[in-house]
Design a protein around this ligand. Structure first.
Ligand SMILES: CC[C@@H]1C=C[C@H]2CCN(C(=O)[C@@H]3CC[C@H]4C=C[C@]5(CCCN5C(=O)[C@H](Cc5ccccc5Cl)NC(C)=O)C(=O)N43)[C@@H]2C(=O)N1CC(=O)O
Length: 113
């Protein structure tokens, strides 16, 4: 397996900011919790965030982690970042612990880039 999970079992509601309407929308077909993870490609040394809905496995986020990424812990359980282009992602975590675990994986990835 060429990709390694950097954190285990973080649950969050994955949101995307709708600039036009100036409000957060749930990523994917329906609102709900997703398993979110940061994956490290062990050969290319690249990283990406993947989130799959708990209910049906729908992939609701698949976002490259680029070195310029600014990861913002807006609140202890709501973290956000911009992808390189124009999408603002928000993760509304179930618990502080999961938020800290995910943020730690993200910050580790950014240090390795
Ligand atoms: C799921 C509901 C959600 C839960 C939690 C709170 C937390 C604050 N919050 C927000 O949306 C805050 C309030 C102001 C608004 C204005 C603009 C936004 C939206 C788009 C990005 N942004 C930036 O402030 C970016 C962030 C950034 C900094 C640094 C690096 C990267 C980034 Cl992305 N700053 C720049 C300078 O771009 C924003 O996050 N905003 C959330 C929120 O109210 N709710 C409740 C609801 O919406 O009902």
């Amino acid at each position: 397996m060429s990709e390694k999970a950097m954190c285990s079992n973080c649950k969050a509601s994955v949101m995307i900011y709708d600039d036009a309407e100036r409000k957060w929308k749930s990523a994917g077909r329906t609102p709900g919790l997703s398993n979110v993870n940061v994956y490290r490609h062990m050969v290319q040394n690249t990283f990406r965030v993947v989130g799959r809905k708990e209910q049906d496995g729908e992939v609701v986020i698949n976002c490259a982690v680029i070195s310029q990424l600014k990861y913002n812990r807006a609140t202890p359980t709501f973290h956000q970042w911009r992808d390189g282009v124009r999408t603002v992602y928000g993760l509304n975590f179930s618990t502080h612990d999961e938020a800290n675990m995910f943020a730690g994986a993200m910050e580790d990835a950014l240090e390795m880039l």
